[in-house]
Ligand binder design. Structure first.
Ligand code: AR6
Length: 177
């Protein structure tokens, strides 16, 4: 599914984000930037040790913030590492922090002059964020961002399962009708 808002295409696909050739792909990292499982593990495996070397130099990233490294051996030129919140019960600033993860990543892409960016479903794996709520925040944040900022031609969500793609698609359709 895809929609165009102002100058930006927002696209939803099912796939493996490590294969994306957007200018940047976003990593759902942890605050120590030390790698892990899920999408983080897949990105470091596919991109090689250079990304981890750069992460070590950066040293860490607060929850809700984002940092950038090169893409190592990936097709994407850059990896934007953001740290989503660990979901407890929704009353521990999880929505604000998740919104901040998406916004910080988009700000960084714009500051770097990038034209395209691919996101995974941040926080909805190991960090346990209920996917429907997280998808609502992700899509709403992206829609607000593209109405306020020119410069990004493509924002793509790369969802790992058919169920997640369906959830994100329903929410994008609802928020843009
Ligand atoms: N491409 C796209 N999406 C993927 C891929 C992939 N190759 N692999 C997994 N996903 P998670 P989090 C999906 O756990 O919840 C790590 O250990 C996955 O199915 O990767 O933010 C970090 O080091 C899910 O829908 O990220 C942190 O410690 C989504 O990506 C912690 O996990 C996010 O799942 C971060 O947890």
């Amino acid at each position: 599914m895809e929609v165009k808002i102002a100058d930006t295409v927002i696209a939803l696909v099912k796939g493996d984000i490590t294969e994306e050739s957007t200018d940047a792909i976003v990593n759902a990292a942890n605050s120590r930037l030390m790698g892990g499982g899920g999408v983080d593990g897949a990105i470091h495996r596919a991109g090689g040790p250079k990304i981890m070397e750069e992460c070590r130099k950066i040293g860490g990233c607060a929850t809700g913030s984002a940092v950038i490294t090169t893409g190592g051996g990936l097709k994407a030129k850059y990896v934007i590492h953001t740290v989503g919140p660990i979901y407890k019960d929704g009353d521990h600033q999880e929505p604000e922090l998740l919104e901040s993860s998406y916004r910080s990543s988009l700000d960084l892409a714009l500051d770097k002059g990038l034209k395209s960016i691919a996101f995974p479903s941040i926080s909805t794996g190991a960090y346990g964020y209920p996917v429907e709520e997280a998808a609502g925040i992700a899509i709403k944040t992206v829609l607000e961002f593209v109405s306020a900022h020119k410069g990004l031609a493509l924002i793509r969500f790369v969802l790992f399962s058919e169920a997640d793609l369906k959830t994100y698609s329903q929410i994008l359709a609802k928020l843009t009708k």
